[in-house]
Design a protein around this ligand. Structure first.
Ligand code: BEZ
Length: 186
């Protein structure tokens, strides 16, 4: 199995003492258990948020993985999230927290004032062993409703993310459709 934590730690993109912008589109939006210098809403282009990644270590188990967000390339689309300006030391913690299939990639980040910076984003690509891939939003909701892992129930992740996106005035039809299906199940 690929050790994404080791691959991320071996990357040479971080320069000691030099802060970097990290784009968050999933739990990084609402679970901020790291220090940051500044944060502001941001957008990355040509990617969409999808609940297509399996979670073996947070919202599910290796035998019964939950479903969490990753980014899927889709030219012409964009994904809104939250960007954090952080010091390189923060990645020791985050590379461990997001070790289940997520690799760090460089990407341009766009801010509401029209400015752009080069930043980093964690993406779980389809080659990782925990990748689950597409399913209908109704099926994803059913899957999420049944899943639980060491970080808690999978529905908490989805509902907290949906609430955080709403607070940022972000329209995400995929997330909100799963939320509707999930609420209809209870
Ligand atoms: C994010 O919020 O950007 C994120 C969270 C967990 C893993 C990867 C990315």
């Amino acid at each position: 199995m690929i050790d994404t934590q080791a691959i991320n730690q071996a990357q040479s993109t971080l320069v000691e003492g030099q802060p970097v912008w990290l784009f968050g589109y999933g739990s990084l939006i609402y679970k901020v258990d790291f220090d940051y210098i500044e944060r502001k809403p941001a957008r990355i282009d040509n990617w969409v948020r999808r609940f297509w990644q399996g979670s073996h270590d947070h919202r599910g188990t290796p035998k019964a993985p939950g479903r969490v967000a990753t980014l899927i390339e889709q030219p012409g689309s964009s994904c809104m999230g939250m960007a954090y300006k952080v010091t390189p030391e923060v990645f020791g913690h985050l590379d461990h927290r997001e070790k289940n299939g997520y690799l760090r990639f460089e990407t341009p980040l766009h801010f509401a004032d029209g400015t752009e910076v080069e930043g980093l984003v964690y993406i779980a690509t389809e080659e990782n062993v925990a990748f689950l891939g597409p399913a209908s939003e109704a099926d994803i909701a059913q899957h999420i409703a049944q899943s639980v892992g060491p970080s808690g129930p999978n529905d908490e992740y989805l509902l907290e993310l949906a609430a955080a996106l709403r607070k940022l005035n972000v329209e995400d039809e995929h997330v909100f459709a799963i939320e509707r299906h999930l609420l209809a199940l209870s």
